[in-house]
Ligand binder design. Structure first.
Ligand code: SAM
Length: 274
């Protein structure tokens, strides 16, 4: 099969997946991971599918020097949606190399940051200002190790595609938020999978394209999981690559006009009086 035929077949698989229930899709991933991880253009010889943790451990060394347009697209939306943070207790879920955590701490927030990749955490801990952040090794598939209502804000940047149990993720985010608080969550836009793209990097050592496993969630999976957890949706933004982004980040060129980012703010409101 040519690469193009492969991509077409992948697209058909993904598009079919858009109309079947998430539980079914996940069961297919479990019984046949190669089906999902071969879709979306992953038809080249040099592509390697890694476990998420192992994939990010390998990515860590070059993660911040990767010329990743998604982070650049996300940052201004994130900073606008999170608003002033001075003195607030903030939990960062899947903090990676500390992009959001360190910025939040520099703005006066009291930040706790969780990730299960020691490689990513080590990079974060080496950065200026890291001593102000409480970085913790933690797998987000488990209940969070905090009392209910412990945080004023929860943030999570570009992590959702790796999370199988979205109900658990949003349920725990809701639990640890104080009433009146909100969460700002971003994700690679699921439409990127239709272009054969998911979290990936080129290993400078081996030359392999490594893809820490991603799941084909839909926007509705994100939003409905948040609403089911009890959140109210306050803001929802989708953004696409434009010429300016492509000038700064050449990797964005092939996605001009295509939605790359979803980011939303969900609030834990006061319970309504009956
Ligand atoms: C694309 S990176 C984003 C890092 C950072 N939030 C940012 O926006 O720059 C995704 C991060 O999520 C982490 N991650 C994925 N699944 C996780 C899990 N189950 N538990 C903890 N961390 C996880 C990975 O280790 C990685 O650091």
């Amino acid at each position: 099969m040519s690469a193009l035929d492969g991509r077409r077949a992948c697209r058909v698989i993904y598009q079919s997946a858009m109309i079947v229930p998430a539980s079914w899709r996940r069961s297919q991933i479990r019984c046949c991971p190669s089906l999902w991880f071969k879709m979306g253009g992953m038809c080249d010889r040099d592509n390697v599918i890694a476990g998420v943790q192992e994939g990010y451990d390998r990515w860590a060394e070059v993660y911040d020097r990767d010329g990743n347009p998604l982070q650049a697209l996300e940052q201004p939306h994130f900073q606008r949606l999170i608003g002033p943070v001075r003195g607030l207790k903030i939990l960062d879920l899947g903090c990676g190399t500390g992009r959001h955590s360190l910025w939040l701490a520099s703005q006066g927030a009291i930040v706790t940051a969780l990730d299960f990749s020691e490689g990513m955490l080590n990079e974060a801990r080496r950065k200026p200002g890291a001593a102000k952040v409480r970085f913790m090794h933690f797998n987000l598939q488990a209940p969070l190790p905090f009392e209910s209502g412990s945080f004023d804000r929860v943030v999570s940047g570009l992590v959702l595609e790796h999370i199988d149990d979205l109900a658990g993720f949003f349920g725990e985010a809701y639990r640890v938020l104080a009433t009146g608080g909100f969460a700002v969550i971003s994700a690679m836009h699921p439409a990127m999978m239709l272009r054969g793209t998911q979290a990936q990097f080129k290993d400078p050592g081996s030359g392999e394209v490594v893809r820490p496993g991603s799941l084909p969630h839909q926007l509705s999976d994100f939003i409905m999981s948040a609403l089911d957890a009890g959140f109210s949706l306050e803001h929802f933004v989708e953004d696409a690559a434009d010429a300016e982004l492509a000038t700064r980040f050449p990797r964005a060129e092939k996605y001009l006009g295509w939605p790359m980012l979803a980011i939303f703010r969900v609030a834990k409101e006061q319970p309504r009086a009956k």
